[in-house]
Design a protein around this ligand. Structure first.
Ligand SMILES: [Zn+2]
Ligand SMILES: [Zn+2]
Length: 478
């Protein structure tokens, strides 16, 4: 419908509106597809009747779907799976069928509510749909896992233990002189590797020509070949300013936010593993056995009579607190851990007149990754039509040039101070799940099952916050 130059002729508002309608229409079509494959599956099961009902009746429905629309049988099976999940979640099915939530988010809602008791599901479902309106799939998955973890900590722990047994690293898909290095690691171990590779990617000077993904890949090899550090490729030899060996103490690679009660074992609220998402309290306690501790107090007000509020640079304690309570970059949907971000003044600090601008206090500070810090700064400087408003200590509101409004909250605080997670379903505790088997390995992303998740277009290379090159690092390393 958009191939005759209509897009070029649209206003920005019209274009975003068309995009929104197209996304809704795609969701509507996806729902039709899911319900159709689910119906086919029902028919094939019924045909096999009693004698075929050994749990495998209907298994060829996936093959038929794969033949009909040329997807892999794995994708077809996953579509059927979503359809089956929707049988028990009529409100989700309605939201999906009307195009309100797309397949990716529907899949998260279904996977999250799977296995919990019917009573818990009745509480959980409307809250998940509401959350799906506000969040992208990754954030939605985090929020949902946090809530389920609260309802059924024991089940979360068992599912995790089953999964950890599947850990594996292997090389596959050798082609064009490269090989796909692939694997499944326990969350904390994977995060340790990821953070170490990231740390090594920063050991070169600014003129190193490699992208962040290339540096991460080279860093992994450097770890394995024993050299242990990434050599700078700027070609400046001795004039390269990158430190040859950093004698300074390393920052911890993995950070976890957990409430005091869960740490002491008197509660089982989930903890936040920075860069990954929720983990069960038992795992957090195990990691904590060899950890360093930082105590983050819960604040309802900014500290008063504090002269540090008039200085631009937050003191160490405040920097730490803001990162801990934010947990993640505060841009909607961004999942960069706060430990890697920059501290930003929501209302800009006024260097010439410190008292006139935004103060350096908890309620005016938020963490942004480098990419979204750039966006926020451009907005503060009036270079873009984006707008941000700090509504209160917790909420930061983002308004896009087209007027879309989204608000983010302090995710980390929901883990550190569980009573502040007021949107979580309220149910008698504990709520053991009906079944605790792990879902089928590595859930597929059905909406955009692209083989390559890194955009090829060079101009898009910073569209993934993780791949953003470091710039002016004066705010980092503290
Ligand atoms: Zn260099
Ligand atoms: Zn971000």
């Amino acid at each position: 419908m958009f191939d005759g130059g209509e897009l070029q002729a649209m206003s920005d508002e019209g274009l975003i509106d068309a995009l929104r309608r197209a996304h809704g229409a795609a969701a509507f079509a996806q729902a039709a597809e899911v319900l159709a494959v689910r119906e086919l599956y029902r028919r094939r099961r019924e045909e096999r009747g009693e004698e075929g009902d050994d749990g495998r009746a209907g298994e060829f429905a996936a093959s038929e779907v794969a033949m009909a629309v040329r997807v892999s049988e794995r994708v077809a099976a996953a579509l059927i799976d979503v359809g089956l999940g929707l049988d028990e979640m009529p409100a989700t099915r309605a939201a999906f069928a009307s195009g309100r939530i797309d397949l990716a988010r529907t899949q998260v809602v279904v996977e999250t509510a799977r296995g919990v008791t019917a009573a818990a599901r009745a509480e959980l479902e409307p809250k998940l749909i509401e959350a799906a309106d506000r969040a992208d799939p990754v954030r939605l998955r985090h929020t949902g896992r946090r809530w389920v973890g609260r309802l059924d900590p024991e089940g979360e722990r068992r599912r995790r233990e089953v999964r950890e047994g599947e850990r594996d690293v292997r090389i596959r898909g050798v082609r064009d002189g490269v090989a796909l290095f692939d694997g499944l690691l326990p969350a904390a171990a994977a995060q340790t590797v990821a953070m170490r590779l990231r740390e090594m990617s920063h050991e070169v000077c600014e003129e190193d020509p490699r992208t962040m993904p290339q540096r991460r890949a080279d860093a992994l090899v450097a770890l394995a070949d024993g050299s242990g550090r990434l050599r700078c490729e700027c070609g400046r030899g001795k004039r390269c300013p990158a430190p040859k060996s950093s004698g300074e103490r390393r920052r911890p690679l993995v950070q976890i936010g957990i409430s005091a009660e869960s740490l002491l074992g008197s509660r089982e609220d989930p903890a936040l593993l920075a860069g990954y998402g929720p983990i069960d309290a038992e795992l957090a306690r195990r990691i904590a056995e060899s950890a360093e501790f930082q105590v983050i107090p819960e604040r309802t007000e900014d500290p008063s009579g504090d002269e540090e509020a008039d200085r631009e640079e937050p003191p160490v304690w405040l920097d730490r607190e803001v990162r801990a309570v934010d947990g993640l970059c505060r841009f909607p949907g961004c999942t960069m851990p706060a430990t890697l971000g920059r501290i930003d003044h929501s209302r800009p600090f006024d260097r010439a007149h410190p008292r006139r601008g935004g103060a350096t206090v908890p309620s005016n500070l938020a963490v942004l990754c480098t990419r979204h810090h750039r966006l926020k700064k451009a907005a503060d400087d009036g270079e873009t039509a984006w707008r941000t408003d700090r509504l209160d200590a917790d909420r930061l509101e983002w308004t896009s040039p087209e007027g879309d409004v989204r608000t983010t909250v302090r995710e980390g605080a929901r883990y550190l101070f569980p009573h502040t997670d007021i949107e979580a379903p309220r149910l008698p505790w504990p709520q053991p799940a009906e079944e605790t088997e792990a879902p089928p390995a590595a859930a597929l992303d059905l909406t955009y099952p692209l083989e390559r998740d890194v955009p090829l277009h060079p101009g898009l290379s910073t569209a993934i916050p993780e791949d953003d090159r470091p710039y002016a690092l004066e705010n980092q390393g503290r």
